[in-house]
Ligand binder design. Structure first.
Ligand SMILES: Nc1ncnc2c1ncn2[C@@H]1O[C@H](COP(=O)(O)OP(=O)(O)OP(=O)(O)O)[C@@H](O)[C@H]1O
Ligand SMILES: [Mg+2]
Length: 226
């Protein structure tokens, strides 16, 4: 995979602005995560946490600075190469879930396997869903789910192909405390089993507590917290 194999995520002095904004949203953000690291990012609403995940995933491009993820210089990938790269190496729990409405829960969850040309059985997907408390929903469509169920489907989809990097944006934001605990247990179990690197954006102290490294995004930069 070339250079940077030791570090799973490298951001160096990243600058980013949305078009038309007066000052940069991110103004010199740096982040280094070794492979297998579990890190959390906290910070107030609107500070740029989701944008930061999008930059790491190649869904947004920095105005300046280096973004190297799993040894790949993500901003240098074209759109379709970036999509293939994401499909293979990343699990992304989007804040707004982004489930595909015309696919069932099981089909949504299995999507990364399909995109990677992997074969699977209904039983495997059912077992995976069961571990997230979604056994009864396998045949349902996203429009018929509660938001907590939809969030768990988004998590199931992000983990099913055992990605090297998990990006999770408020992964328990729609879950009650008890369900959040169980879902986080499962998420951390997969991360540990696979040696994945994980970056979790959260407002919940219980989620941040699970991470070994904690960062706060404020004043346009990332700051390491104790
Ligand atoms: N596509 C976009 N075009 C223009 N501005 C955007 C876009 N997406 C986000 N923004 C703006 O950038 C800022 C950061 O947004 P972002 O979604 O990254 O914040 P966040 O920290 O994830 O917030 P929250 O905790 O509410 O999810 C906000 O002011 C938002 O309005
Ligand atoms: Mg956000």
């Amino acid at each position: 995979m070339g250079e940077g194999m030791d570090s799973a995520v490298v951001l160096e002095e990243v600058h980013f602005s949305y078009p038309g904004s007066e000052r940069p949203l991110l103004d010199g953000v740096s982040l280094f995560l070794e492979a297998g690291e579990v890190a959390a990012v906290v910070g107030p609403s609107g500070v740029g946490k989701s944008t930061l995940l999008n930059l790491i995933a190649g869904l947004a491009r920095p105005a300046a600075g280096e973004v190297r993820v799993l040894g790949t210089q993500v901003p240098r990938l074209g759109d379709s190469a970036a999509a293939r790269w994401r499909g293979r190496h990343l699990g992304f729990v989007f804040q707004q879930f982004h489930l595909l409405p015309h696919l069932t829960v099981a089909e949504n969850a299995a999507l990364p396997l399909a995109l990677n040309g992997r074969s699977w059985t209904e039983g495997e997907v059912a077992a995976h869903l069961d571990r997230l408390g979604l056994a009864a929903q396998a045949g349902s469509y996203p429009g018929h789910l509660s938001s907590g169920q939809a969030q768990r489907v988004a998590i199931a989809r992000a983990l099913i192909h055992r990605p090297a990097l998990l990006l999770a944006d408020e992964p328990t934001g729609s879950l009650d405390e008890e369900t959040a605990e169980a879902v986080l247990d499962r998420l951390m179990e997969v991360v540990r089993e696979t040696g994945a690197t994980a970056l979790l954006v959260t407002h919940a102290p219980e989620v941040a507590k699970r991470a070994r490294m904690r960062f706060r995004l404020s004043r346009h930069r990332l700051h390491r917290e104790a």
